[in-house]
Design a protein around this ligand. Structure first.
Ligand code: XMP
Length: 317
C-alpha cells in the first residue's frame, strides 16, 4: 500500500503501467455504478480507449432509480457500457436465503456467472478489470482475519481464463476520488457514497423479495432526500436504510398494524476501516421518520443505529 502524494504522477504512471501490461489485448469490466469500478474504468479507458468493454450487471439490488441514473452518467462520460438486467435470476437464487455470508457468496458467484456469460459474447478479452481498493483487500482477509467476503475480491474461478487488472489496489477511497477528479469525472459521480457490491442484498436483512426490496428502496430514498434537503448529505461518508428481519406493532388511523422496521444508518469515515456514527439533527430525523411511516406502506417503525466501527461494521451484513 502506498499513500498518494502526487496525483498527476500517479495517473501518468498508472496509464503507462496499464498500457504496458495489456498491450493490444481486450479488457472487460463489470461496472456497478460505484466510484471504485467507475474510476478504474475511466482510467483504463484513458489508457487504451476502445480496448475496454464495460458490462453493467443489474442484480436488481440497486437503490431507487439507480440503474437508469448510472447508465446515463456512463453515457455522459463517454464509456460504452452494456446493461444486463439479471434481477429475476438473482432474486430467484436468493429466495429463502437469510444467512449474510451465504447471500454474499451467492451474489458474488452469480455476478461472476452472469458477467462471464456476457463477457464471452464479447469474445477475445484477455483481462478483467476490477475496482478493488486497499481496504477491500484488508477486510477480505488477505491481510488480516476475514470480516466479510467482499464481492469484488476473492479471485476468479479457475474456468474464467482472464488475467486480473486492478489499477486501484493500493489506494484508499479518498485517493480514488482524487484520481477521479483529476481525470475529469463529474463531481456528482465522484462524490457518490460507497455502495457495497451486493447492494441492498446486505441491507435487506432476512428474506429478500421484490416487495421488501421496494419497501427498503422507498425508505432509503426518503432518508437521502431529507439529508440533502438539510444540506448535510455531502458531508456524510455513507447514509442508508437497513430493513430489519423483525416486525413491529404499530397503529395507523386507529387500527393496529404489524409492519416492517427500518434502521437509519449514517457514518463519517475517511477510509471505511473505522467509522463514527453521525449526529444528525433531531428535526431531520423526526421528519425522515414521519415521512417514512406515512409514505411507505409497510413500515411502521424507524430506529437509528448509533454504533461506530469498531465494534460494528458499517453495513449490517
Ligand atoms: P463494512 O460493512 O465491512 O464495510 O464496515 C466497509 C465498506 O465497504 C463497503 N462494502 C463493500 N464494498 N463490496 C464492496 O465493493 C462488498 O461486498 C462490500 N461490503 C461492504 C461498505 O459499504 C463500506 O463502505
Amino acid at each position: 500500500m502506498i499513500r498518494l502524494t502526487n496525483v498527476e504522477e500517479w495517473v501518468n504512471n498508472s496509464i503507462n503501467n496499464i498500457r504496458g501490461q495489456v498491450g493490444s489485448d481486450k479488457i472487460v469490466c463489470g461496472l456497478s455504478g460505484g466510484v471504485d469500478s467507475s474510476v478504474s474504468a475511466m482510467l483504463v479507458h484513458k489508457a487504451v480507449g476502445s480496448q475496454l468493454e464495460c458490462i453493467f450487471v443489474d442484480h436488481g439490488l440497486m437503490r431507487l432509480n439507480e440503474p437508469e441514473l448510472v447508465m446515463n452518467s456512463y453515457k455522459d462520460m463517454g464509456l460504452s457500457v452494456r446493461h444486463v438486467d439479471a434481477s429475476e435470476l438473482f432474486l430467484s437464487e436468493l429466495k429463502g436465503v437469510t444467512d449474510p455470508e451465504q447471500k454474499r457468496l451467492i451474489i458474488g458467484k452469480l455476478f461472476i456467472d452472469v458477467f462471464q456469460a456476457e463477457a464471452n459474447k464479447t469474445g477475445g478479452a484477455k483481462w478483467l478489470l476490477q475496482g478493488t481498493i486497499y481496504p477491500d483487500i484488508i477486510e477480505s482477509g488477505k491481510g488480516s482475519g476475514l470480516v466479510k467476503s467482499h464481492h469484488n475480491v476473492g479471485g476468479l474461478p479457475e474456468h474464467m481464463d482472464l488475467k486480473l487488472l486492478e489499477p486501484l489496489r493500493d489506494l484508499y477511497k479518498d485517493e480514488v476520488r482524487e484520481v477521479g477528479k483529476f481525470i475529469n469525472m463529474p463531481e456528482s459521480f465522484i462524490k457518490r457514497q460507497p455502495f457495497p457490491g451486493p447492494g441492498l442484498g446486505v441491507r435487506c436483512l432476512g428474506e429478500l423479495n421484490k416487495t421488501r426490496l421496494d419497501t427498503l428502496r422507498q425508505a432509503d430514498a426518503i432518508f437521502r432526500e431529507e439529508l440533502k434537503a438539510a444540506g448535510i448529505y455531502e458531508d456524510i461518508w455513507q447514509s442508508f436504510c437497513v430493513l430489519l428481519p423483525v416486525k413491529a406493532v404499530g397503529v395507523h388511523d386507529g387500527n393496529r398494524t404489524y409492519g416492517e422496521a427500518v434502521v437509519l444508518r449514517a457514518i463519517h469515515s475517511t477510509d471505511a476501516m473505522t467509522a463514527e456514527w453521525v449526529k444528525i439533527p433531531y428535526e431531520v430525523l423526526d421528519k425522515t421518520a414521519k415521512r417514512i411511516c406515512s409514505e411507505v406502506k409497510d413500515i411502521n417503525r424507524v430506529v437509528m443505529d448509533v454504533t461506530s466501527k469498531p465494534p460494528a461494521t458499517i453495513e449490517w451484513e
